[in-house]
Design a protein around this ligand. Structure first.
Ligand SMILES: [Zn+2]
Length: 271
């Protein structure tokens, strides 16, 4: 695991040269309208002292994320699954209308946005344009996964995972090429540092910052019986709360072998 730091700052065109010379940015990418440049450096990058000298006395922003090697990913018993393909917005998308029809009002928290159980299928504006992809999630939705129907049938159904229909919003008809995995909700989660959580004043549920710049903490129960599940720890901020989708190392291997695209994996510390 290495920490990647994203730097962003405002530069005039006349100030670009030392940054270009260090290989941090390319002059062709610079916009005289935007004037903001960004670059990434891993924690062991030998250019860091030079960059610190360049940045001395300037205003800049940084954002740290954890990056993992292939060996890190292969060595984890469980990993959290994320999606690079967010296939549009759940419908109806005006005024968060989908929330009112998709989830039960029972269990919904006015304080942190934790949702109740799902009571109706998700509705999409258009049938998915799969291309060579097989899985996606949606904007605003961080803890659901949608899978191409034939891929679900051959790979996820044999693991014992149920699936829900997905509906075309305008016609109300079931979309035959996509299934939503009915993720098992387990009653265990991550061994979080509780001093770092914030407790919702309305529902008393602890919640954690979504950007964990490390391995995710170990699961607090033996999860070997579950190939895919939703862990019972909430992440988020403001009115957005979600849990993480967790997969076993076997499911990780399966997705790798099948070359499923547009996924993101965050390894969990082995217990
Ligand atoms: Zn709450």
């Amino acid at each position: 695991m290495k920490i990647n730091r994203r730097y962003s700052l405002r530069l005039e065109r006349s100030e670009l040269k030392p940054f270009v010379d260090l290989g941090l940015i390319r002059e062709n990418d610079y916009s005289d309208l935007v004037k903001v440049v960004g670059f990434d450096l891993l924690e062991d990058d030998e250019r860091i002292p030079s960059v610190q000298r360049l940045l001395h006395g300037r205003k800049y922003l940084t954002h740290d994320t954890a990056t993992f090697s292939d060996d890190d990913l292969k060595g984890a018993d469980h990993l959290a699954l994320g999606f690079q393909w967010l296939n549009g917005y759940p419908q109806p998308d005006d005024d968060f209308g989908y929330e009112r029809i998709t989830y039960s009002p029972i269990g919904f928290c006015q304080g942190c946005g934790i949702k109740g159980p799902q009571i109706t299928p998700f509705r999409l504006r258009l049938p998915p344009k799969w291309g060579r992809r097989k899985m996606f999630s949606l904007n605003w939705i961080f803890d659901e996964m949608f899978v191409e129907t034939s891929y679900y049938d051959t790979r996820f159904r044999p693991l014992g995972l149920e699936a829900r229909d997905v509906v075309h919003h305008k016609s109300g008809e079931i979309l035959p090429t996509v299934k939503q995995i009915d993720l098992p909700d387990v009653d265990f989660g991550f061994q979080m540092d509780t001093s770092k959580g914030e407790i919702c004043k309305v529902c008393d549920t602890p919640r954690y910052h979504p950007n964990v710049v490390d391995y995710l903490p170990s699961l607090d129960r033996d999860a070997s019986a579950y190939p895919v599940f939703r862990a019972n720890t909430y992440f988020g901020d403001g009115f957005q709360s979600f849990r993480k989708i967790v997969i076993s190392s076997n499911v990780f291997k399966m997705l790798r072998e099948d070359k499923v695209r547009a996924l993101h994996f965050h390894p969990i510390k082995n217990a």
